[in-house]
Ligand binder design. Structure first.
Ligand code: NAP
Length: 264
């Protein structure tokens, strides 16, 4: 099994949600886990609970990431840190575009760049990238979702693309790349006021969502699978969530929409 071959892991976005659940799971599997996020207090609590190493680092800090990458021989890298925003491209704030690209995509590329060459050299490793169903599908706005930011969708599509290309770059090595693409999971990501009115009550409490441990289990399945096997991609969605929408406005509706957009 994969876990027997691995000793160390680095998990980003470890202070809450999917990342914290993944740290708990990988520590329980016997790995030494470096837990990365900005919130020192939450990391300290997680460290006291699991024995993980707390690394209070902003993933936008390239110097700190590079230093961290050089501090151990990482066998498992879980690129999980991420943020979300609501907004339609017609009213997207410039800072939101920058934050989402920086945290969700740029940091993942840099962390991959500084950690994966060591894995390739040792011919041992596993990269797990957390994308989202937002990276694979467009969402229509309705009562169960929000006008999900086009920048969020684009960064998560980037994670899908880099995961595929990384497998090509690593061809011939025993370094595996898994993309895990979750549907809605009950985490704090919906508490951010930028994500939409109603936060957790509206987007989590009212639904039978996934739990962070479900995604940690999916990650553990991929990492723990036999070395001959590369779980390339897992789309994990709640039982009552599907994506599928085809909209085609009648001529009269299209004219109304054009009028509304002109007036707003
Ligand atoms: N929840 C869902 O429904 C869902 C669905 C699909 C995909 N995802 C993805 O799953 C991943 C984890 O999100 P989650 O749902 O578990 O949300 P969460 O509980 O809000 O966790 C996000 C984590 O990212 C960390 N983070 C944010 N900005 C950071 C930065 N600049 N530097 C370092 N760490 C940073 C946060 O820690 P600090 O604030 O302490 O830095 C936190 O630990 C994200 O990539 C998200 O896009 C979530």
């Amino acid at each position: 099994m994969g876990f027997a071959d691995f000793r160390t892991a680095l998990v980003t976005g470890a202070s809450s949600g999917i990342g914290a659940a993944t740290v708990r799971r990988l520590c329980a599997e016997g790995l030494e886990v470096y837990a990365v996020a900005r919130d020192e207090g939450r990391l300290a609590a997680l460290s006291a609970e699991t024995g993980c190493r707390a690394c209070a680092v902003d993933v936008n800090d390239l110097g700190a990431l590079t230093q961290l990458a050089g501090s151990a021989e990482f066998d498992v890298l879980v690129n999980n840190a991420g943020q979300s925003r609501r907004s339609n491209i017609l009213d997207t704030a410039p800072d939101d575009v920058d934050t989402l690209v920086d945290v969700n995509l740029r940091a993942v590329l840099h962390l991959t760049r500084v950690i994966v060459p060591g894995m390739a050299k040792r011919d041992r490793g596993h990269v797990v990238n957390i994308s989202s169903i937002a990276g694979h599908y467009a969402f229509g706005e309705n009562a169960t979702t929000f006008n999900s930011s086009v920048a969020y969708h684009a960064t998560k599509a980037g994670i899908h693309s880099l995961s595929r290309q990384l497998r090509v770059d690593l061809f011939g090595t025993r370094v595996r790349v898994t993309e895990v693409s979750p549907g809605r999971v009950a985490t704090g990501i919906f508490q951010n006021p930028d994500v939409g009115g109603g936060g957790n009550d509206r987007f989590v409490g009212a639904f039978e969502t996934l739990q962070p441990e479900d995604i940690a289990d999916a990650i553990a399945f991929a990492v723990g699978s036999p070395m001959r096997m590369n779980v390339a991609m897992l789309e994990v969605i709640p039982i009552f969530q599907v994506v599928g929408d085809l909209r085609f406005a009648r001529r009269t509706e299209a004219a109304q929409q054009t009028e509304i957009k002109k007036r707003s």
